[in-house]
Each structure stands twice: as C-alpha cells, then as structure tokens.
Design a protein around this ligand. Structure first.
Ligand code: FES
Length: 76
C-alpha cells in the first residue's frame, strides 16, 4: 500500500509550485546575498522561494499564521 496516495488533499502544503518536480529544492549561496532577504514558507508566493507577501491573504482566508523566514545581512 502506498500510504501517501491515501492522504486527503488537505494534507498537501504546496498547491502549485513546480508540481512537475518530485521534490522542490532551492539553493542559494550565502555569499550572493547582498541585502536582507525573506524566504516564503507558505508556498503561495508568485516569487517562490522568495516571499511576496502572499502569506497575508492565505492567513486571512484560512486563519493560519504562517510567514517568511527572514535573513538579515549583518552590518559590518
Ligand atoms: Fe509565503 Fe510570504 S509569501 S511566506
């Protein structure tokens, strides 16, 4: 029995990002980060893997409380 096939659709976190790929993996070199940057954790961003603020609408619609993971460039 393939258990993941029996899961209800409600368990799916990613509604439409790179659905043809078996697994969505994004890699960024930290040395390439020139300024503060926010990564999407709601899987609704049109700029994925970056946050575009879509989590606000998702939270309003669903009562969820998700938000981005923010990297802050350290001031030297
Ligand atoms: Fe997904 Fe902001 S758009 S966390």
């Amino acid at each position: 029995v393939i258990w993941h096939c029996l899961r209800p659709k409600a368990d799916i976190i990613n509604p439409n990002i790179k659905k043809t790929e078996e697994k969505v993996v994004d890699t960024m070199n930290v040395d390439d980060i020139k300024e503060d940057i926010s990564f999407c954790r709601c899987w609704r961003s049109q700029e994925f893997p970056l946050c575009d603020g879509s989590h606000n609408e998702h939270n309003k619609k669903t009562g969820d409380n998700v938000g981005p993971m923010c990297l802050r460039k350290q001031q030297k």
